[in-house]
Ligand binder design. Structure first.
Ligand code: HEC
Length: 217
C-alpha cells in the first residue's frame, strides 16, 4: 500500500479524494450473507467510550475514532443516515490492531484471560490467541461482554475498510465483508457464551486478516 502510493503521486491524490468519501457499508449490505446489525445498547456503549477517548486524543487518533464510531453507529439498528467523517489513511486505521506498545489501541482488561494476552495487549494478538485455542468456559464467562463490544468495533472497522479504493476492488470488498460478517458472528457467540462458536468465528476472522494481508499488504 505505502509503496504503491509512493510510486504514484497522482494515484495517491485520487486515493485521498476517494478515501475521504469512504462511507463504509451497512449491516444488511448487498453481497453480505449476514444481516445482523449492532444492538442499540452496544452502539451506545461503544459511542460513550469513544467520545470519552476523543477528548484526550491527538488529531490522527481522533480522526480514526470518529470514523469507527460513525461506522458502528451506521451498522446499528435503525441508524439514521449521517455524513461520514473524512476517512483515515488505511495504515492509520489498521494500526489500531497493533499491540499497545506499538501504538495500537490495546484491549479491555476483562479480555486479558491469559498472561501472554495481557502482556501483548493488542487486538491482533488477541484474535490470534482466540483462533489458536478454544477458551475454557471460565474464560468465556470472563470475556463475554467485552468480547462482544470489541467484535462490534471490529465489524465497524471492517465496514470502513470496505470503502477504500483498491486494485481488484471486488476481491477487496469481498474480504472486507467476510471480515465484517466474521466479527458479527464472533460478537453473537460471545454474547451467547458459546466457546465453540467463539473459536470458530475467531478462526474465520483471522483468516480474513491473513487473506487480505497476503493479497494487499
Ligand atoms: C480487506 C483487507 C484487509 C483486512 C480484512 C484486514 N487488513 Fe490489516 N491491513 C490491510 C492492508 C492493505 C494493510 C497495509 C496498510 C498500509 O501499510 O498502507 C494492513 C495493515 C495492517 C496492520 C499494520 C498496521 C500498519 O501500521 O500498517 C495490522 C496490525 C493489521 N493490518 C491488522 C489486521 C487484523 C488483525 C485484521 C483482521 C482482524 C486485518 N488487519 C484485516 C488490509 C486488510
Amino acid at each position: 500500500m505505502k509503496k504503491m502510493i509512493g510510486a504514484c503521486a497522482v494515484g495517491s491524490f485520487v486515493l485521498a479524494i476517494l478515501a475521504a468519501n469512504n462511507a463504509g457499508i451497512l449491516a444488511g449490505a448487498k453481497g453480505s450473507a449476514y444481516k445482523q446489525v449492532i444492538p442499540a445498547d452496544a452502539v451506545a456503549e461503544i459511542t460513550k467510550r469513544g467520545q470519552a477517548k476523543l477528548k484526550g486524543s491527538n488529531a490522527e487518533a481522533a480522526g480514526v475514532e470518529a470514523s469507527i464510531l460513525y461506522a458502528v453507529a451506521q451498522n446499528g439498528k435503525g441508524a439514521a443516515e449521517a455524513k461520514a467523517p473524512p476517512a483515515p489513511d488505511l495504515d492509520v486505521l489498521m494500526n489500531v490492531f497493533r499491540n499497545k506498545a506499538k501504538k495500537g489501541e490495546g484491549i479491555h482488561p476483562d479480555l486479558h484471560y491469559h498472561p501472554k494476552v495481557k502482556n501483548q495487549d493488542g487486538m491482533e494478538s488477541f484474535v490470534m490467541a482466540l483462533a489458536a485455542k478454544k477458551l475454557s468456559d471460565e474464560n468465556v464467562a470472563k470475556v463475554s461482554a467485552e468480547l462482544a463490544l470489541l467484535s462490534y468495533r471490529m465489524a465497524g472497522i471492517a465496514s470502513l475498510t470496505y470503502g477504500y479504493p483498491m486494485k481488484n476492488q471486488a476481491k477487496w470488498e469481498k474480504i472486507s465483508i467476510d471480515m465484517r460478517d466474521a466479527s458479527f458472528e464472533l460478537a453473537e457467540a460471545a454474547t451467547a457464551k458459546n466457546a465453540e462458536g467463539i473459536f470458530a468465528a475467531s478462526k474465520k476472522l483471522e483468516t480474513t486478516c491473513i487473506d487480505c494481508h497476503k493479497a494487499y499488504r
